[in-house]
Write a protein that binds this ligand. Structure first.
Ligand code: FAD
Length: 402
């Protein structure tokens, strides 16, 4: 990130910089301007200064942009050090960007296993998915999702390999690690991107919904490296593996952490089920189910279809389901093969999380509900009645009953 510097020899103390600053980030004393601690480096004062006395000062990380090249994906892993599905989704999009840019793609795997150990199946699938190099950063301490320690280690690897762009999955841990890395490297970070592209000069264009999804903001980072973005699980699809692709796997040892580590005193499972981000079939319930008592039927329907139940934000706010089940802008992005939407209006913040669904079947009493505009099949009816009938039919067809 750039900071603002004032050349005291050029400054005439006119105060135009103070007038344009919305943040009390600059003051004039004794006919000379100086930057205060409130400065957010927006640069309005740079443009306003008639004498060119105010300028941006580039940081350590961004000093020599040409030293940074190639793409990097930071791959979070599960307890067995197997990369999460979102890592493959990121490799797919980063591979396309690297191809367009004519550069290489490294995947940095965060492994909590003992040095030299690898997950079942190894890391070759990352190469099949598009990585040219896989760097396995190993430290048994990473078995604990400690954002501070992992962030510090990831920043060190990034400084060593100097990729021009780095992508993180917007998982709980990714959302904690990525800002710490950005802070450590003094670069920017765009959270929750839904599109990534390159401009003519090869700058990473990072697009994300803003203002409740009513606006798409495209953000570039021309003055700092690396360019960094987080992407939610399910936004991009997992690439088809290309068996036999060439690539190299390296094992790196993390430097000892200098941040105070997290100490685990006891463990309690927050949810027993699999993530809704990975479900092939989802029954998404909205406020239209009207009562928590309707949930068991929805769960039964989901089970009979081989899927899981997810929900809208009001259902979480009512305390009927946990936040890990919420689909949408402030929840999880999902990409099931079939999504059955029960009593969901289809607000834009909810639709932001279901764009990856292949087929949407919507059940709503209101024929004008916006959910129908994204559905391939729609039923105008009471969703509780439809769920009852559907469960009865499936139980009859399969011979199973609750
Ligand atoms: C910054 C921000 C972030 C947000 N993030 C999210 C998010 O991540 N996820 C999310 O879901 N929301 C989010 N919201 C809230 C969002 O704007 C909507 O309020 C929410 O999605 C509406 O949920 P709903 O469809 O369950 O409820 P409602 O809007 O109340 O819709 C209920 C629907 O059910 C229908 N209905 C009623 N009874 C029945 C019945 N018996 N059978 C069939 N249909 C019936 C109604 O016709 C209606 O269409 C966010 C809002 C903001 C401002």
């Amino acid at each position: 990130m750039a900071a603002i510097r004032i050349d005291q020899d050029l400054c005439i103390g006119c105060g135009l910089c103070v007038r344009v600053c919305a943040n009390d980030g600059v003051k004039v004393e004794n006919r000379r301007a100086s930057i205060t601690e409130n400065c957010i480096a927006c640069g309005l004062c740079v443009d306003a200064c008639p004498k060119g006395a105010v300028c941006r000062e580039t940081s350590r990380a961004s000093a020599d942009l040409s030293a940074w090249s190639g793409m990097m994906v930071v791959a979070q892993t599960d307890k067995s050090a197997t990369p999460l599905p979102v890592a493959y989704e990121l490799v797919g999009v980063a591979r396309d960007l690297a191809h367009e840019r004519g550069c290489s793609l490294r995947v940095l795997v965060i492994s909590g296993l003992q040095p030299g150990c690898q997950c079942t199946g190894g890391y070759a699938p990352l190469i099949d998915a598009g990585a040219d190099e896989v760097l396995v950063l190993e430290d048994p301490a990473f078995a604990i999702p400690d954002g501070a320690a992992i962030g510090q280690a990831v920043a060190q690897v990034i400084e060593q390999f100097k990729p021009e762009a780095v992508l993180f999955g917007a998982t709980d841990l990714g959302r904690e690690v990525a800002p710490r890395v950005a802070r450590e490297l003094s670069c920017g970070l765009t959270a929750d991107c839904t599109q990534l592209a390159l401009d003519q000069e090869g700058l990473l264009l990072q697009t994300r919904p803003a203002f409740g999804g009513n606006l798409l903001a495209t953000i570039a980072s021309p003055a700092a490296r690396p360019q960094m973005a987080t992407v939610r699980p399910g936004v991009f699809s997992r690439p088809e593996p290309q068996k036999g692709r060439c690539g190299t796997i390296y094992h790196l040892t993390a430097a000892p952490s200098s941040v105070p580590g997290i100490q685990v005193l006891s463990e309690e499972s927050a949810s027993s089920g699999a993530s809704i981000a990975d479900a092939e079939v989802l029954v998404v319930v909205g406020r239209g189910i009207r009562d928590k008592k309707a949930l068991p039927t929805m769960e039964r329907l989901a089970a009979l279809l081989g899927g899981q139940v997810a929900c809208t934000r009001p259902v979480v706010e009512a305390g009927w389901m946990g936040h890990e089940s919420q689909v949408g802008q402030t929840g999880v992005s999902v990409a099931p093969r079939v999504l059955i939407s029960m009593g969901v209006s289809g607000a834009i913040q909810h639709l932001a999380g279901i764009s990856g669904a292949k087929t949407v079947i919507a059940v709503n009493e209101d024929p004008d509900a916006p959910i129908f505009s994204v559905a391939q099949a729609g039923v105008v009816a009471d969703c509780r009645q439809v769920a009852d009938e559907w469960v009865k039919y499936l139980e009859g067809a399969t011979g199973r009953s609750a």
